[in-house]
Design a protein around this ligand. Structure first.
Ligand SMILES: [Zn+2]
Length: 261
């Protein structure tokens, strides 16, 4: 895959991502620049899928120096047009501390409590997608009915609170508590949230989760594989390298090379 791998991505081609997306950065500044590039890439990727086109959803990346602050898109920017200049640093209480403009406070209410509860969660992703949002209306977790589902075997939760509009920090804390140590939570009647130890990982899980939801919606009578078989598949499909691979492929497939410099 090296030949098709865009140079502007993180250099994972050497090991398929097994060493993690964030290895090899010499300084906080370099890592920050990387996270911001990956964040812009992720917004554009969501835009390329047509997601977020009603102004719904957000992706955040924790700042590597200011670990109580996160990078977020400025309010009102269409995802597919996101640039580095559109990212703002959001600190405690949702204050914009770097970059101008305002933010969608819902992003703060959903994402900040998760970043707070999960110190290793570098990134959190949420938007209302064509399949995960309808599936979340069933208020049910995933069954093991396709390969990607095994990534979430015993590793996702369903938030059953009825706050379809998250408008305070306490609701976000309840969502974070439901998420626990899992990689994803489905917000009932709302949509999916994924987390990752890098921006790339959180987005990779998000992309895979949407495919899982699509299979659930399209194959309502599907017969799941056994828990034993799912657990075996999960060792590989549920590993972070699997998410990084999905992210790389989606970015290479959907976005022009050199798009984010
Ligand atoms: Zn939402």
């Amino acid at each position: 895959m090296t030949s098709t791998y865009p140079a502007w991505l993180s250099g994972l081609e050497s090991d398929g991502g097994a060493a993690g997306a964030e290895s090899g950065f010499a300084s906080v500044e370099e890592l920050r620049a990387h996270r911001k590039r990956m964040l812009v890439t992720s917004y554009r990727l969501f835009g390329a899928f047509g997601w977020g086109s009603l102004g719904d959803g957000h992706i955040t990346a924790r700042d590597p120096g200011r670990t109580d602050a996160m990078w977020l898109i400025r309010h009102g920017v269409p995802f597919h047009r996101t640039t580095l200049d559109d990212l703002v640093l959001v600190g405690p209480e949702g204050r914009v501390e770097e970059g101008g403009g305002s933010i969608n406070m819902t992003a703060y209410y959903i994402h900040a409590p998760i970043h707070e509860a999960r110190p290793e969660a570098v990134a959190v992703a949420h938007t209302h997608t064509p399949y995960a949002t309808p599936w979340a209306a069933n208020v049910e977790g995933f069954r093991m009915i396709c390969q990607e589902a095994t990534a979430f075997f015993e590793d996702h939760e369903v938030y059953e609170g009825e706050e379809v509009q998250v408008s305070d920090f306490d609701t976000g804390k309840k969502i974070a508590a439901t998420l626990g140590d899992a990689k994803a939570v489905l917000l009932r009647n709302h949509g999916p949230v994924t987390v990752g130890a890098s921006v790339e990982e959180a987005i990779g899980w998000f992309l895979m989760l949407e495919r899982v939801a699509e299979v659930h919606v399209k194959a309502p009578d599907a017969r799941p594989i056994s828990d034993e078989a799912a657990a075996i598949a999960a060792r590989e499909i549920g590993h972070a390298s699997s998410a990084l691979y999905a992210f790389e492929y989606a970015a290479a497939s959907k976005l022009p090379a050199g798009a984010v410099e």
